[in-house]
Write a new protein. Sequence first.
Length: 119
Amino acid sequence: MSTRLAAPAETTWTRAPEMTRCLDTPYVAAAFADDAVVRRLDTEEVGVVVREPADGSCVVLGLHNSSASEARIGLNALLPEYADRTWHFISGSVRTSPADDGMDVHLEAAGHVWLTAAL
């Protein structure tokens, strides 16, 4: 059974993408710079980290499912301010499906994913 997540609150999840070549990409690396804006959000089962470089050129989204079952996250419901953006995969493991309001991300139990979108 999947969980549909929406209303965010604070959390302390602070993982970063695996140290792969994705951090060699300047706009992704900028979202992890010391002057980046970082928001930590929480849902019932998924930790969420939203990172934006100081110049606001993109957004990097980290999702971590801490539950023992698959979680389904509606990106537009979770982050309506980015509803008109196209998300691109950075690292992790994810499955997506179309939703009435955009795209749902499905994370396996204990799974995580990093996505990015240009602003």
